[in-house]
Design a protein around this ligand. Structure first.
Ligand SMILES: *[C@@H]1O[C@H](CO)[C@@H](O)[C@H](O)[C@H]1NC(C)=O
Length: 535
Protein backbone atom coordinates (compact mmCIF):
# COMPACT_ATOMS: atom_id res chain seq x y z
CA UNK A 1 0.00 0.00 0.00
CA UNK A 2 2.62 2.64 0.90
CA UNK A 3 4.61 1.59 -2.17
CA UNK A 4 1.67 2.05 -4.54
CA UNK A 5 0.96 5.43 -2.91
CA UNK A 6 4.52 6.50 -3.57
CA UNK A 7 4.27 5.51 -7.25
CA UNK A 8 1.06 7.47 -7.72
CA UNK A 9 2.73 10.46 -6.08
CA UNK A 10 5.74 10.26 -8.39
CA UNK A 11 3.44 10.05 -11.42
CA UNK A 12 1.46 13.05 -10.24
CA UNK A 13 4.63 15.09 -9.69
CA UNK A 14 5.75 14.10 -13.19
CA UNK A 15 2.52 15.32 -14.74
CA UNK A 16 2.74 18.61 -12.89
CA UNK A 17 6.38 19.09 -14.01
CA UNK A 18 5.48 18.45 -17.64
CA UNK A 19 2.64 20.93 -17.38
CA UNK A 20 4.89 23.59 -15.84
CA UNK A 21 7.58 23.06 -18.49
CA UNK A 22 5.19 23.38 -21.38
CA UNK A 23 3.64 26.45 -19.76
CA UNK A 24 7.10 28.02 -19.49
CA UNK A 25 7.99 27.26 -23.09
CA UNK A 26 4.69 28.74 -24.26
CA UNK A 27 5.43 31.81 -22.21
CA UNK A 28 8.88 32.01 -23.81
CA UNK A 29 7.37 31.75 -27.28
CA UNK A 30 5.00 34.62 -26.56
CA UNK A 31 7.34 36.84 -24.69
CA UNK A 32 10.78 36.34 -26.14
CA UNK A 33 10.51 35.20 -29.73
CA UNK A 34 11.92 37.75 -32.19
CA UNK A 35 9.30 40.24 -33.21
CA UNK A 36 8.34 41.40 -36.63
CA UNK A 37 10.25 44.27 -38.22
CA UNK A 38 7.80 46.85 -36.91
CA UNK A 39 8.77 46.07 -33.36
CA UNK A 40 12.44 46.93 -33.85
CA UNK A 41 12.40 50.62 -33.28
CA UNK A 42 16.15 51.42 -33.23
CA UNK A 43 16.73 49.80 -36.63
CA UNK A 44 18.01 52.45 -39.03
CA UNK A 45 15.40 52.97 -41.74
CA UNK A 46 16.26 55.95 -43.87
CA UNK A 47 19.44 55.98 -45.94
CA UNK A 48 20.79 52.93 -44.20
CA UNK A 49 21.47 49.43 -45.27
CA UNK A 50 18.52 47.26 -44.33
CA UNK A 51 18.45 43.54 -43.76
CA UNK A 52 21.52 41.67 -42.65
CA UNK A 53 23.97 44.58 -42.49
CA UNK A 54 21.57 46.70 -40.49
CA UNK A 55 21.06 43.94 -37.96
CA UNK A 56 24.77 43.35 -37.72
CA UNK A 57 25.48 47.01 -37.05
CA UNK A 58 22.75 47.06 -34.47
CA UNK A 59 24.10 43.94 -32.81
CA UNK A 60 27.58 45.38 -32.75
CA UNK A 61 26.33 48.56 -31.14
CA UNK A 62 24.44 46.59 -28.52
CA UNK A 63 27.48 44.46 -27.83
CA UNK A 64 29.58 47.58 -27.39
CA UNK A 65 27.07 49.05 -24.93
CA UNK A 66 27.02 45.87 -22.93
CA UNK A 67 30.76 45.73 -22.83
CA UNK A 68 30.86 49.30 -21.44
CA UNK A 69 28.24 48.43 -18.89
CA UNK A 70 30.13 45.34 -17.79
CA UNK A 71 33.40 47.20 -17.42
CA UNK A 72 31.75 49.93 -15.38
CA UNK A 73 30.17 47.27 -13.17
CA UNK A 74 33.54 45.57 -12.79
CA UNK A 75 35.10 48.89 -11.77
CA UNK A 76 32.39 49.44 -9.18
CA UNK A 77 32.80 45.90 -7.86
CA UNK A 78 36.54 46.31 -7.43
CA UNK A 79 36.02 49.66 -5.67
CA UNK A 80 33.48 48.11 -3.37
CA UNK A 81 35.82 45.21 -2.64
CA UNK A 82 38.61 47.60 -1.80
CA UNK A 83 36.36 49.65 0.45
CA UNK A 84 35.12 46.49 2.13
CA UNK A 85 38.67 45.43 2.82
CA UNK A 86 39.50 48.84 4.26
CA UNK A 87 36.43 48.77 6.42
CA UNK A 88 37.22 45.28 7.70
CA UNK A 89 40.75 46.39 8.37
CA UNK A 90 39.51 49.42 10.30
CA UNK A 91 37.04 47.27 12.18
CA UNK A 92 39.73 44.76 13.04
CA UNK A 93 42.14 47.38 14.29
CA UNK A 94 39.36 49.07 16.21
CA UNK A 95 38.36 45.78 17.80
CA UNK A 96 41.96 45.08 18.71
CA UNK A 97 42.43 48.49 20.24
CA UNK A 98 39.17 48.14 22.11
CA UNK A 99 40.23 44.76 23.45
CA UNK A 100 43.51 46.27 24.52
CA UNK A 101 41.73 49.17 26.12
CA UNK A 102 39.22 47.01 27.92
CA UNK A 103 41.76 44.32 28.75
CA UNK A 104 39.65 41.27 27.93
CA UNK A 105 41.23 38.26 26.21
CA UNK A 106 40.89 38.29 22.42
CA UNK A 107 38.54 35.31 22.40
CA UNK A 108 35.92 36.88 24.63
CA UNK A 109 32.29 36.01 23.88
CA UNK A 110 30.65 38.47 21.46
CA UNK A 111 27.96 40.66 22.88
CA UNK A 112 29.19 39.99 26.37
CA UNK A 113 31.30 42.18 28.57
CA UNK A 114 33.47 43.29 25.63
CA UNK A 115 30.48 44.11 23.44
CA UNK A 116 29.00 46.29 26.14
CA UNK A 117 32.26 48.13 26.75
CA UNK A 118 32.58 48.69 23.04
CA UNK A 119 29.18 50.34 22.95
CA UNK A 120 30.10 52.38 26.02
CA UNK A 121 33.32 53.50 24.41
CA UNK A 122 31.55 54.50 21.19
CA UNK A 123 29.06 56.49 23.22
CA UNK A 124 31.89 58.14 25.07
CA UNK A 125 33.62 59.14 21.82
CA UNK A 126 30.40 60.65 20.54
CA UNK A 127 29.86 62.56 23.75
CA UNK A 128 33.40 63.98 23.48
CA UNK A 129 32.61 65.12 19.96
CA UNK A 130 29.40 66.73 21.16
CA UNK A 131 31.23 68.58 23.92
CA UNK A 132 34.01 69.87 21.67
CA UNK A 133 33.69 73.15 19.78
CA UNK A 134 32.94 71.58 16.40
CA UNK A 135 29.41 72.31 15.23
CA UNK A 136 28.71 75.41 17.23
CA UNK A 137 30.79 78.02 19.00
CA UNK A 138 31.22 77.85 22.75
CA UNK A 139 30.88 81.09 24.66
CA UNK A 140 34.37 82.07 25.71
CA UNK A 141 35.21 84.55 28.46
CA UNK A 142 38.15 86.25 26.70
CA UNK A 143 40.69 86.01 23.91
CA UNK A 144 42.94 83.97 26.19
CA UNK A 145 40.41 81.14 26.31
CA UNK A 146 40.39 80.56 22.58
CA UNK A 147 42.24 77.54 21.17
CA UNK A 148 43.81 78.61 17.87
CA UNK A 149 44.25 76.24 14.95
CA UNK A 150 47.46 75.17 13.31
CA UNK A 151 47.63 75.16 9.54
CA UNK A 152 49.22 72.32 7.59
CA UNK A 153 49.92 71.44 3.99
CA UNK A 154 51.35 68.28 2.48
CA UNK A 155 54.85 69.04 3.77
CA UNK A 156 54.65 71.93 6.20
CA UNK A 157 53.08 72.89 9.50
CA UNK A 158 52.41 76.56 10.33
CA UNK A 159 52.32 77.00 14.06
CA UNK A 160 51.94 79.69 16.67
CA UNK A 161 53.70 77.69 19.36
CA UNK A 162 57.08 77.13 17.90
CA UNK A 163 58.86 75.03 20.54
CA UNK A 164 62.57 74.31 20.43
CA UNK A 165 63.12 75.14 16.76
CA UNK A 166 61.33 78.51 16.94
CA UNK A 167 60.28 78.11 13.33
CA UNK A 168 56.93 79.69 12.41
CA UNK A 169 56.86 77.16 9.58
CA UNK A 170 58.50 73.76 9.41
CA UNK A 171 58.34 70.17 8.30
CA UNK A 172 56.79 68.40 11.26
CA UNK A 173 59.83 67.30 13.23
CA UNK A 174 58.13 65.04 15.70
CA UNK A 175 57.19 61.57 14.52
CA UNK A 176 53.87 61.46 16.37
CA UNK A 177 52.83 64.71 14.69
CA UNK A 178 53.88 63.45 11.26
CA UNK A 179 52.04 60.16 11.70
CA UNK A 180 48.95 61.90 12.98
CA UNK A 181 48.73 64.22 9.97
CA UNK A 182 49.54 61.48 7.47
CA UNK A 183 46.86 59.24 8.90
CA UNK A 184 44.29 62.02 8.76
CA UNK A 185 45.14 62.85 5.16
CA UNK A 186 44.97 59.18 4.17
CA UNK A 187 41.63 58.72 5.86
CA UNK A 188 40.34 61.81 4.06
CA UNK A 189 41.50 60.49 0.69
CA UNK A 190 39.87 57.14 1.41
CA UNK A 191 36.63 58.86 2.23
CA UNK A 192 36.80 60.99 -0.94
CA UNK A 193 37.48 57.95 -3.10
CA UNK A 194 34.99 55.59 -1.49
CA UNK A 195 32.16 54.47 -3.80
CA UNK A 196 29.38 55.72 -1.54
CA UNK A 197 30.71 59.28 -1.58
CA UNK A 198 27.95 60.28 -4.04
CA UNK A 199 28.25 61.42 -7.63
CA UNK A 200 28.13 59.40 -10.80
CA UNK A 201 30.57 56.49 -10.41
CA UNK A 202 31.39 56.42 -14.11
CA UNK A 203 32.56 60.07 -14.09
CA UNK A 204 34.21 60.25 -10.70
CA UNK A 205 37.84 61.16 -10.49
CA UNK A 206 40.31 59.66 -8.10
CA UNK A 207 41.60 62.08 -5.45
CA UNK A 208 45.31 62.03 -4.73
CA UNK A 209 47.53 63.87 -2.21
CA UNK A 210 48.21 66.46 -4.92
CA UNK A 211 44.58 67.61 -4.59
CA UNK A 212 45.09 68.53 -0.95
CA UNK A 213 45.28 72.31 -0.50
CA UNK A 214 45.56 72.77 3.24
CA UNK A 215 44.14 71.74 6.55
CA UNK A 216 43.65 73.28 9.94
CA UNK A 217 43.64 71.39 13.21
CA UNK A 218 43.37 72.13 16.89
CA UNK A 219 43.32 70.07 20.04
CA UNK A 220 41.10 70.67 23.00
CA UNK A 221 43.13 68.90 25.64
CA UNK A 222 40.20 67.31 27.44
CA UNK A 223 38.19 66.35 24.36
CA UNK A 224 40.18 65.61 21.26
CA UNK A 225 41.48 67.04 18.01
CA UNK A 226 39.47 68.64 15.23
CA UNK A 227 40.67 68.58 11.60
CA UNK A 228 39.27 70.44 8.63
CA UNK A 229 40.81 69.49 5.31
CA UNK A 230 40.33 71.32 2.01
CA UNK A 231 40.80 69.68 -1.38
CA UNK A 232 40.43 70.90 -4.93
CA UNK A 233 36.94 70.16 -6.21
CA UNK A 234 35.85 68.74 -9.55
CA UNK A 235 35.55 72.19 -11.13
CA UNK A 236 37.48 75.41 -10.70
CA UNK A 237 36.25 77.53 -7.79
CA UNK A 238 34.88 74.39 -6.17
CA UNK A 239 36.32 72.78 -3.08
CA UNK A 240 35.83 69.58 -1.11
CA UNK A 241 35.90 69.95 2.65
CA UNK A 242 36.20 67.12 5.14
CA UNK A 243 35.92 67.42 8.89
CA UNK A 244 37.29 64.80 11.28
CA UNK A 245 37.45 64.53 15.02
CA UNK A 246 39.91 62.38 16.94
CA UNK A 247 38.58 61.93 20.48
CA UNK A 248 41.85 60.39 21.74
CA UNK A 249 40.70 57.32 19.86
CA UNK A 250 40.09 56.42 16.24
CA UNK A 251 39.32 59.24 13.78
CA UNK A 252 35.64 59.98 13.30
CA UNK A 253 34.32 61.56 10.13
CA UNK A 254 32.14 64.52 11.06
CA UNK A 255 31.29 66.10 7.72
CA UNK A 256 32.05 66.00 4.02
CA UNK A 257 30.82 68.74 1.74
CA UNK A 258 31.37 70.44 -1.58
CA UNK A 259 31.75 74.22 -1.39
CA UNK A 260 31.00 76.27 -4.51
CA UNK A 261 32.71 79.64 -4.31
CA UNK A 262 31.99 80.93 -7.83
CA UNK A 263 29.28 83.28 -6.54
CA UNK A 264 30.88 84.27 -3.24
CA UNK A 265 31.70 87.94 -3.70
CA UNK A 266 34.02 89.50 -1.13
CA UNK A 267 33.59 93.13 -0.20
CA UNK A 268 36.99 94.39 0.96
CA UNK A 269 36.57 97.37 3.27
CA UNK A 270 39.60 99.64 3.72
CA UNK A 271 39.54 102.68 6.03
CA UNK A 272 42.02 105.34 5.00
CA UNK A 273 43.33 108.80 5.87
CA UNK A 274 46.19 110.26 3.83
CA UNK A 275 48.89 107.56 3.31
CA UNK A 276 48.44 107.81 -0.45
CA UNK A 277 51.77 106.10 -1.22
CA UNK A 278 50.70 103.09 0.85
CA UNK A 279 47.39 103.05 -0.98
CA UNK A 280 49.16 103.05 -4.34
CA UNK A 281 51.08 99.93 -3.28
CA UNK A 282 47.92 98.34 -1.99
CA UNK A 283 46.17 98.90 -5.32
CA UNK A 284 49.07 97.34 -7.18
CA UNK A 285 48.50 94.11 -5.27
CA UNK A 286 44.74 94.53 -5.60
CA UNK A 287 44.97 94.69 -9.40
CA UNK A 288 46.96 91.52 -9.65
CA UNK A 289 45.20 89.41 -7.02
CA UNK A 290 41.63 90.67 -7.04
CA UNK A 291 41.04 91.87 -10.59
CA UNK A 292 43.34 89.66 -12.63
CA UNK A 293 43.17 86.45 -10.62
CA UNK A 294 40.11 86.27 -8.38
CA UNK A 295 37.49 88.37 -10.18
CA UNK A 296 34.83 88.14 -7.45
CA UNK A 297 35.61 91.28 -5.46
CA UNK A 298 34.12 94.61 -4.50
CA UNK A 299 36.29 97.31 -2.93
CA UNK A 300 34.95 99.84 -0.43
CA UNK A 301 37.35 102.61 0.56
CA UNK A 302 36.28 104.85 3.44
CA UNK A 303 38.34 108.02 3.33
CA UNK A 304 38.60 110.45 6.23
CA UNK A 305 39.08 114.14 5.51
CA UNK A 306 39.60 116.09 2.29
CA UNK A 307 43.37 116.03 2.31
CA UNK A 308 44.72 114.06 -0.66
CA UNK A 309 41.29 112.72 -1.56
CA UNK A 310 41.95 113.79 -5.17
CA UNK A 311 44.95 111.48 -5.38
CA UNK A 312 42.97 108.58 -3.97
CA UNK A 313 40.17 109.20 -6.46
CA UNK A 314 42.74 109.40 -9.24
CA UNK A 315 44.26 106.04 -8.33
CA UNK A 316 40.83 104.39 -8.26
CA UNK A 317 39.76 105.94 -11.58
CA UNK A 318 42.97 104.89 -13.25
CA UNK A 319 42.53 101.31 -12.07
CA UNK A 320 38.93 101.35 -13.17
CA UNK A 321 39.80 102.56 -16.66
CA UNK A 322 42.85 100.41 -17.23
CA UNK A 323 41.36 97.21 -15.85
CA UNK A 324 37.74 97.79 -16.83
CA UNK A 325 36.82 97.33 -13.19
CA UNK A 326 33.73 98.99 -11.71
CA UNK A 327 33.27 97.17 -8.43
CA UNK A 328 34.34 99.90 -6.06
CA UNK A 329 32.79 102.44 -3.76
CA UNK A 330 34.58 105.48 -2.33
CA UNK A 331 32.98 106.96 0.77
CA UNK A 332 34.29 110.21 2.14
CA UNK A 333 33.78 111.25 5.76
CA UNK A 334 34.61 114.69 7.10
CA UNK A 335 35.60 113.42 10.52
CA UNK A 336 38.62 112.66 12.59
CA UNK A 337 40.04 109.28 11.61
CA UNK A 338 38.60 106.29 13.46
CA UNK A 339 39.26 102.82 12.11
CA UNK A 340 36.19 101.29 13.75
CA UNK A 341 33.92 104.02 12.44
CA UNK A 342 35.35 103.66 8.92
CA UNK A 343 34.81 99.91 8.81
CA UNK A 344 31.34 100.27 10.30
CA UNK A 345 30.28 102.81 7.69
CA UNK A 346 31.87 100.72 4.92
CA UNK A 347 30.13 97.52 6.01
CA UNK A 348 26.72 99.15 6.34
CA UNK A 349 26.99 100.96 3.01
CA UNK A 350 26.45 97.68 1.11
CA UNK A 351 22.79 97.43 0.16
CA UNK A 352 22.61 94.36 -2.08
CA UNK A 353 21.73 91.64 0.42
CA UNK A 354 24.25 89.71 2.46
CA UNK A 355 27.93 89.76 1.52
CA UNK A 356 31.21 88.42 2.82
CA UNK A 357 33.24 91.30 4.28
CA UNK A 358 37.00 91.42 4.57
CA UNK A 359 38.21 94.21 6.85
CA UNK A 360 41.62 95.22 5.63
CA UNK A 361 44.29 97.91 6.06
CA UNK A 362 46.46 99.51 3.38
CA UNK A 363 49.66 97.99 4.73
CA UNK A 364 48.35 94.43 4.23
CA UNK A 365 49.40 92.18 1.41
CA UNK A 366 47.29 89.14 0.55
CA UNK A 367 47.25 86.40 -2.07
CA UNK A 368 44.45 84.81 -4.13
CA UNK A 369 44.72 81.72 -1.89
CA UNK A 370 43.95 83.90 1.08
CA UNK A 371 40.71 85.06 -0.55
CA UNK A 372 39.63 81.43 -0.83
CA UNK A 373 40.52 80.78 2.83
CA UNK A 374 38.34 83.76 3.62
CA UNK A 375 35.44 82.19 1.71
CA UNK A 376 35.94 78.76 3.25
CA UNK A 377 36.34 79.82 6.88
CA UNK A 378 33.40 82.19 7.22
CA UNK A 379 29.78 81.09 7.10
CA UNK A 380 26.76 83.28 7.83
CA UNK A 381 25.24 82.58 11.24
CA UNK A 382 27.96 80.05 11.98
CA UNK A 383 31.58 81.04 11.58
CA UNK A 384 33.78 84.11 11.49
CA UNK A 385 37.40 83.99 10.38
CA UNK A 386 40.16 85.72 12.33
CA UNK A 387 43.33 84.89 10.41
CA UNK A 388 46.68 85.32 12.16
CA UNK A 389 48.84 87.25 9.75
CA UNK A 390 52.55 87.01 9.22
CA UNK A 391 54.18 90.22 10.32
CA UNK A 392 57.21 91.22 8.33
CA UNK A 393 60.30 92.59 10.14
CA UNK A 394 62.15 95.67 8.93
CA UNK A 395 63.54 94.67 5.51
CA UNK A 396 66.61 96.87 6.11
CA UNK A 397 67.48 94.67 9.06
CA UNK A 398 66.58 91.37 7.38
CA UNK A 399 68.54 92.02 4.21
CA UNK A 400 71.19 94.35 5.63
CA UNK A 401 71.49 98.08 5.06
CA UNK A 402 73.78 97.89 2.10
CA UNK A 403 72.65 94.96 0.04
CA UNK A 404 69.70 95.38 -2.29
CA UNK A 405 66.30 94.66 -0.84
CA UNK A 406 64.40 92.26 -3.12
CA UNK A 407 61.02 93.25 -4.63
CA UNK A 408 58.06 92.94 -2.31
CA UNK A 409 56.82 89.60 -3.71
CA UNK A 410 60.20 88.03 -2.95
CA UNK A 411 60.19 89.42 0.59
CA UNK A 412 57.05 87.58 1.55
CA UNK A 413 58.47 84.39 2.94
CA UNK A 414 57.51 82.75 6.18
CA UNK A 415 60.60 82.05 8.27
CA UNK A 416 61.91 83.10 11.61
CA UNK A 417 64.28 85.79 10.37
CA UNK A 418 61.69 87.39 8.08
CA UNK A 419 58.86 87.89 10.56
CA UNK A 420 56.52 86.39 13.11
CA UNK A 421 52.89 85.33 13.51
CA UNK A 422 51.09 88.40 14.76
CA UNK A 423 48.95 86.52 17.24
CA UNK A 424 47.91 89.66 19.15
CA UNK A 425 46.30 91.35 16.13
CA UNK A 426 42.58 91.07 15.42
CA UNK A 427 42.09 93.79 12.83
CA UNK A 428 41.98 91.71 9.62
CA UNK A 429 38.90 89.51 9.59
CA UNK A 430 36.38 87.84 7.27
CA UNK A 431 32.76 87.75 8.32
CA UNK A 432 29.35 88.04 6.76
CA UNK A 433 27.62 91.38 6.87
CA UNK A 434 24.57 89.80 8.57
CA UNK A 435 26.72 88.56 11.46
CA UNK A 436 28.44 91.92 11.75
CA UNK A 437 25.08 93.72 11.93
CA UNK A 438 23.57 91.18 14.35
CA UNK A 439 26.46 91.43 16.77
CA UNK A 440 26.16 95.20 16.82
CA UNK A 441 29.15 96.23 14.70
CA UNK A 442 32.05 98.29 16.00
CA UNK A 443 32.06 100.37 19.10
CA UNK A 444 32.32 103.71 17.32
CA UNK A 445 33.34 105.66 20.41
CA UNK A 446 36.89 104.39 20.05
CA UNK A 447 39.02 106.98 18.25
CA UNK A 448 42.18 106.49 16.22
CA UNK A 449 43.87 103.12 16.01
CA UNK A 450 43.61 100.15 18.32
CA UNK A 451 41.04 98.73 20.67
CA UNK A 452 38.06 98.63 18.31
CA UNK A 453 39.13 95.32 16.74
CA UNK A 454 39.60 93.51 20.05
CA UNK A 455 36.23 94.77 21.14
CA UNK A 456 34.48 93.25 18.12
CA UNK A 457 36.51 90.04 18.43
CA UNK A 458 35.42 89.67 22.07
CA UNK A 459 31.78 90.06 21.07
CA UNK A 460 32.15 87.09 18.72
CA UNK A 461 33.92 85.06 21.41
CA UNK A 462 31.00 85.67 23.78
CA UNK A 463 28.53 84.55 21.07
CA UNK A 464 27.54 81.16 19.68
CA UNK A 465 29.42 81.78 16.46
CA UNK A 466 32.56 79.76 15.85
CA UNK A 467 35.69 81.85 15.76
CA UNK A 468 38.25 80.31 13.43
CA UNK A 469 41.70 81.58 14.30
CA UNK A 470 44.59 80.13 12.35
CA UNK A 471 48.00 81.19 11.03
CA UNK A 472 47.31 82.11 7.43
CA UNK A 473 49.90 81.68 4.73
CA UNK A 474 48.70 84.25 2.23
CA UNK A 475 48.24 87.23 4.53
CA UNK A 476 51.13 89.57 5.41
CA UNK A 477 51.53 92.69 7.46
CA UNK A 478 54.15 94.79 5.72
CA UNK A 479 56.71 96.51 7.87
CA UNK A 480 56.42 100.23 8.38
CA UNK A 481 58.13 102.50 10.79
CA UNK A 482 56.40 102.90 14.10
CA UNK A 483 56.64 106.29 15.78
CA UNK A 484 56.44 106.64 19.52
CA UNK A 485 55.45 110.21 20.15
CA UNK A 486 57.39 112.30 22.65
CA UNK A 487 54.12 113.48 24.11
CA UNK A 488 53.27 110.01 25.43
CA UNK A 489 53.42 109.54 29.21
CA UNK A 490 56.47 107.48 30.30
CA UNK A 491 54.59 104.22 30.86
CA UNK A 492 52.89 104.32 27.46
CA UNK A 493 56.08 105.43 25.77
CA UNK A 494 57.85 102.39 27.15
CA UNK A 495 55.09 100.09 25.90
CA UNK A 496 55.25 101.73 22.51
CA UNK A 497 59.01 101.20 22.31
CA UNK A 498 58.68 97.56 23.31
CA UNK A 499 56.12 97.01 20.60
CA UNK A 500 58.38 98.82 18.13
CA UNK A 501 61.27 96.51 19.03
CA UNK A 502 59.12 93.46 18.53
CA UNK A 503 58.09 94.55 15.03
CA UNK A 504 61.62 95.50 14.06
CA UNK A 505 63.58 92.27 14.00
CA UNK A 506 63.99 88.85 15.56
CA UNK A 507 65.63 88.44 18.94
CA UNK A 508 68.78 87.14 17.25
CA UNK A 509 69.01 90.01 14.80
CA UNK A 510 68.39 92.62 17.49
CA UNK A 511 71.23 90.97 19.38
CA UNK A 512 73.54 91.36 16.41
CA UNK A 513 72.68 95.08 16.36
CA UNK A 514 73.11 95.43 20.10
CA UNK A 515 76.51 93.70 20.06
CA UNK A 516 77.60 95.33 16.83
CA UNK A 517 80.88 96.65 18.26
CA UNK A 518 81.96 93.23 19.40
CA UNK A 519 80.91 91.69 16.12
CA UNK A 520 82.88 94.25 14.14
CA UNK A 521 85.94 93.87 16.34
CA UNK A 522 85.76 90.14 15.82
CA UNK A 523 85.56 90.49 12.05
CA UNK A 524 88.45 92.91 12.08
CA UNK A 525 90.63 90.52 14.05
CA UNK A 526 89.79 87.61 11.78
CA UNK A 527 90.73 89.58 8.72
CA UNK A 528 94.14 90.31 10.19
CA UNK A 529 94.73 86.76 11.29
CA UNK A 530 93.68 85.02 8.14
CA UNK A 531 96.95 85.49 6.14
CA UNK A 532 98.86 83.77 8.97
CA UNK A 533 96.41 80.88 8.97
CA UNK A 534 96.71 80.33 5.27
CA UNK A 535 100.49 79.97 5.32
C1 LIG B 1 31.97 92.66 -9.78
O1 LIG B 1 30.81 92.43 -8.98
C2 LIG B 1 29.89 91.50 -9.50
C3 LIG B 1 28.73 91.40 -8.55
O2 LIG B 1 28.35 92.62 -8.04
C4 LIG B 1 30.55 90.16 -9.70
O3 LIG B 1 29.65 89.26 -10.28
C5 LIG B 1 31.81 90.29 -10.57
O4 LIG B 1 32.46 89.06 -10.63
C6 LIG B 1 32.73 91.34 -9.98
N1 LIG B 1 33.86 91.54 -10.86
C7 LIG B 1 35.14 91.44 -10.46
C8 LIG B 1 36.17 91.68 -11.54
O5 LIG B 1 35.49 91.17 -9.36
Amino acid sequence: MPRRGLQAWVVRIGVVLVAVCSGLSLLYVFACSPRSDDGLAPLPRVNAPTGKEGYQALLQEREEQHRHYISSLQKQISQLKEALEQRSEQLRSMKDSLKLAVGTPPSGPPGGEAGRSRVDLQEFFHSQLARAEVHEGTKLPSEYALVPFETFTLHKVYQLETGLTRHPEEKPVRKDRRDELTETLETALQALNSPWEGGDPAHRRVYSPGDFIEGISRMEKDKGTLYELTFKGDRSREFRRLVFFRPFGPLMKVASETVHTANMLINIVVPLARRVEKFRHFMRNFREVCIRQDRRIHLTVVYFGKDQIKEVKGILDKTSKEMNFRNFTLIQLNEEFSRGRGLDVGARAWRRGNVLLFFCDVDIYFSAEFLNSCRLNAQPGKKVFYPVLFSQYNPHVIYGHNSAIPPIEKQLVIDKDAGFWRDFGFGMTCQYRSDFINIGGFDVDIKGWGGEDVHLYRKYLHSHLLVVRAPTRGLFHLWHEKRCSDELPPEQYKMCMQSKAMNEASHGQLGMLFFRREVEAHLHKQRHQSPDRKS
